[in-house]
Design a protein around this ligand. Structure first.
Ligand SMILES: Cc1cc2nc3c(=O)[nH]c(=O)nc-3n(C[C@H](O)[C@H](O)[C@H](O)COP(=O)(O)OP(=O)(O)OC[C@H]3O[C@@H](n4cnc5c(N)ncnc54)[C@H](O)[C@@H]3O)c2cc1C
Length: 510
């Protein structure tokens, strides 16, 4: 329940200003707000519109990192996964993975079993197990059958990445923080110390200077380009990862399946997500514009070749893809030849009045936030993070409302159930979203453009064919009622949304 405010309504100064509304900035903002600091977050475009709505949406330890010897990252991630599963049911959910094992092919059963024992040990619970070939076939009917010995089963977790960011931001606002989307920051310094920001609101065109005790540069892949920054960010190596989405009518999956791509032995995966099936991902140097990353035909063909190897009977082709997305990993450049060998750990740098943070994973946002706030507290002790209480308090009254409570938090979910008409609780098509969530988002979640509503508050533009074009009349009717858009505004928003969808999310021509 957070209305968007004008720059003129901001205080003249804050203890902490967070620049960047992806998972990193949202985590710092959430932790700072609950420790009682006066904190402001600004995001140049929409919340989570950068990398944090374009991840693989897994809250995971990362078996791959274990293989690369990144024990600390894996252990931290496994522990965070366990905490998030515990604290945020409905937002972070368990996800069972199958890794099929074939005669004479990598990975072998015993090596996988050893890795998964370590993974289980890190989580403090034995969850992995072996399925023989008939059981593996019964679990997933379309697995390649030739030489199938069985499958290792293990547990990780999935989320809706954009909703995780939004939950952190709106919970922080409920605790007294202030957040603004479509507001870009330039750093301001005095006597060699960062003392605040100049803000520019893309909606009103207004500008205003705001003072800050400390500023956090959480601009991800944009970190080195933050205007006015006195200290250079570490050299980043933007790495693009792309995904394909399918309708479950064409590609039915009950579990997540993970396998090694036959071309380069990189792990790839497919799993059911929010009424669609996601397949990813690639890992390539990204040399194009950061604002509009796009999958290339070569990446599409790579993922389709991976699917053909693992699910040959389905004969999935370019014509079966319903949408795509690509994101750019803000990875610190370690000079490795192979992009996938670069470390995914976060990097922190500082200058007087400024902390910079980049790299890292969605899963470990809380660890990163604590690291940032501990560093900030050396100059401003009041920013020291509070770690005893759970971050989320998602008590769900009944199981059927688990999803709503997880996504919105208890206060907003309770208010939604009182405010919206009962018939709005029906789901939209084959997706798990309800019309009530969409209306709620339009009413309370700082929606500025139609793409905010269809690509991040909900993800209907990704999981329904043609970017959910057929639903636009109903969606725009809600925008008219909740946002006061007139016919002209509806037409221009529709045009903007469809252009954005075509440029970044439409399937590539076969
Ligand atoms: C393909 C892919 C798959 C991934 N899969 C996973 C996964 O499954 N699990 C996992 O844990 N991690 C995953 N990750 C990693 C994770 O998604 C990223 O590390 C994380 O989202 C980065 O978040 P961020 O907040 O640092 O950056 P971003 O989300 O990019 O946020 C930075 C924000 O700063 C804003 N900004 C820039 N300049 C300014 C300015 N001047 N003023 C105000 N705002 C500004 C940008 O608009 C942007 O929204 C994946 C990454 C990719 C690319």
């Amino acid at each position: 329940m957070t209305a968007r405010i004008e720059l003129s309504a901001l205080d003249p100064g804050y203890d902490l200003i967070v620049v960047g509304g992806g998972i990193t900035g949202a985590g710092v903002f959430r932790e700072a707000a609950r420790s009682g600091a006066r904190v402001l977050l600004v995001e140049a475009r929409d919340y989570a519109s950068g990398t944090s709505s374009r991840s693989s949406k897994l809250v995971h330890g990362g078996l791959r990192y274990l293989k690369n010897g990144q024990w600390r990252l894996t252990l931290e991630s496994v522990r965070e996964r366990e905490r998030l599963l515990d604290e945020a049911p409905g937002l972070v959910e368990p996800q069972t993975f199958l890794m099929p094992i074939y005669a004479g092919r990598k990975p072998g059963r015993w090596l996988m079993q050893f890795g998964l024992r370590v993974y289980d040990w890190m989580a403090g619970a034995r969850r992995s197990r072996w399925l023989d070939a008939p059981a593996a076939r019964a679990a997933e009917a379309n697995l390649a059958d030739d030489g199938l010995l069985g499958a290792m089963v293990y547990e990780d977790a999935r989320t809706d990445d954009a909703r995780l960011v939004l939950r952190l931001i709106f919970d922080a606002c409920a605790d007294g923080g202030t957040a603004l989307n479509y507001v870009a920051a330039t750093l301001r310094s005095e006597n060699g110390r960062v003392c605040g920001v100049r803000l520019r609101d893309a909606v009103s065109g207004c500008e205003r200077d705001i003072e800050a005790g400390m500023v956090v540069n959480a601009t991800g892949a944009w970190a080195a380009a933050l205007p006015g920054a006195p200290a250079a960010a570490p050299k980043l190596r933007p790495l693009r990862g792309s995904h394909l989405l399918f309708s479950p009518r064409r590609f039915a999956l009950r579990h997540a399946v993970s396998w090694l791509h036959p071309q380069d032995q990189r792990p790839v995966f497919a799993y059911p997500w929010e009424g669609a099936v996601i397949c990813g991902t690639t890992d390539l140097d990204h040399r194009e514009a950061l604002d509009t990353p796009r999958m290339t035909p070569a990446e599409r063909d790579y993922l389709l070749a991976g699917l053909a190897a693992q699910f040959p009977s389905l004969k999935l082709g370019a014509g079966d893809v319903i949408s795509t997305y690509a994101g750019v990993r803000p990875v610190v450049d370690g000079g490795k030849d192979d992009p996938s060998a670069e470390s995914r750990e976060s990097a922190l740098w500082r200058a007087p009045g400024l902390i910079g943070i980049t790299g890292g994973k969605l899963t470990t946002f809380r660890v990163t936030a604590h690291e940032v706030l501990r560093a900030a507290a050396t100059e401003r002790p009041r920013l020291a993070p509070e770690s005893a209480r759970p971050l989320f308090a998602s008590a769900t009254p009944v199981a059927s409302q688990r999803r709503l409570y997880g996504r919105l938090g208890a206060a907003a979910a309770g208010a939604l159930l009182q405010q919206v008409p009962g018939e709005d609780l029906r789901t939209i098509g084959e997706t798990p979203w309800t019309w009530a969530e969409l209306r709620w988002a339009a009413r309370h979640e700082q929606v500025v453009h139609l793409d905010d509503l269809l690509l991040r508050r909900t993800r209907l533009g990704l999981v329904i064919e043609e970017g959910a074009r057929a639903l636009l009349p109903q969606v725009l009717a809600i925008c008219r009622e909740e946002l006061g858009w007139d016919a002209q505004r509806c037409a221009s928003e529709e045009q903007r949304y469809l252009a954005c969808w075509r440029a970044q999310h439409a399937p590539l021509a076969a």
